[in-house]
Design a protein around this ligand. Structure first.
Ligand code: FES
Ligand code: FES
Length: 160
């Protein structure tokens, strides 16, 4: 369920500073605010999407200290002094293979899929012990049937 961040109550607001896409940001938040909402509604980074809001679909995937996480499950205060990266930080060329391979239709899952896929690309050793489908299991897509997603990752890895 969405819980969009309004301007926090000054009585309960806390200040959180973290690194976002390479720059230091400080934001006043309510202690209950989710990172997903802080990114979208307080900081204007709407590339990160909300699907289930329950940690199941991966649409809200961002990197926290370099590791993909579901931002709908992360309280914003927990990213204090840490490094957050969103889809806006990726080179737009990261999307080209997805467009070519039919890996995106409605697009709701695409930012999260691309974030996880680009992380796999940066950690190819994982493919010695896991298949692409296993590594992408946390990113659900209702449209593509996944073949295009797998093909695009193979292309990004130079395997096609
Ligand atoms: S919106 Fe976060 S996992 Fe679905
Ligand atoms: S393209 Fe529609 S949910 Fe994946």
């Amino acid at each position: 369920m969405s819980s969009q961040s309004a301007i926090p109550n000054p009585q309960s607001a806390i200040s959180v500073t973290f690194t976002l896409n390479g720059s230091s940001v400080t934001v006043e938040i309510d202690p209950a605010d989710r990172l997903l909402d802080t990114l979208r509604y307080r900081l204007g980074l709407t590339g990160t999407k909300e699907g289930c809001g329950e940690g199941e679909c991966g649409a809200c995937t961002v990197y926290l200290d370099g590791v993909p996480v579901n931002s709908c499950l992360i309280p914003t205060y927990q990213v204090r002094d840490r490094k957050v990266e969103t889809i806006e930080s990726l080179d737009p060329r990261a999307l080209e293979a997805f467009e070519r391979c039919g890996a995106t239709q409605c697009g709701a899952c695409t930012p999260g899929v691309v974030m996880t896929a680009w992380w796999i690309r940066g950690h190819p050793d994982l493919l010695r012990t896991h298949t692409i489908r296993e590594l992408m299991a946390g990113n659900l897509c209702r449209c593509t049937g996944y073949d295009g997603i797998v093909d695009s990752i193979k292309e990004a890895l130079g395997e096609r």
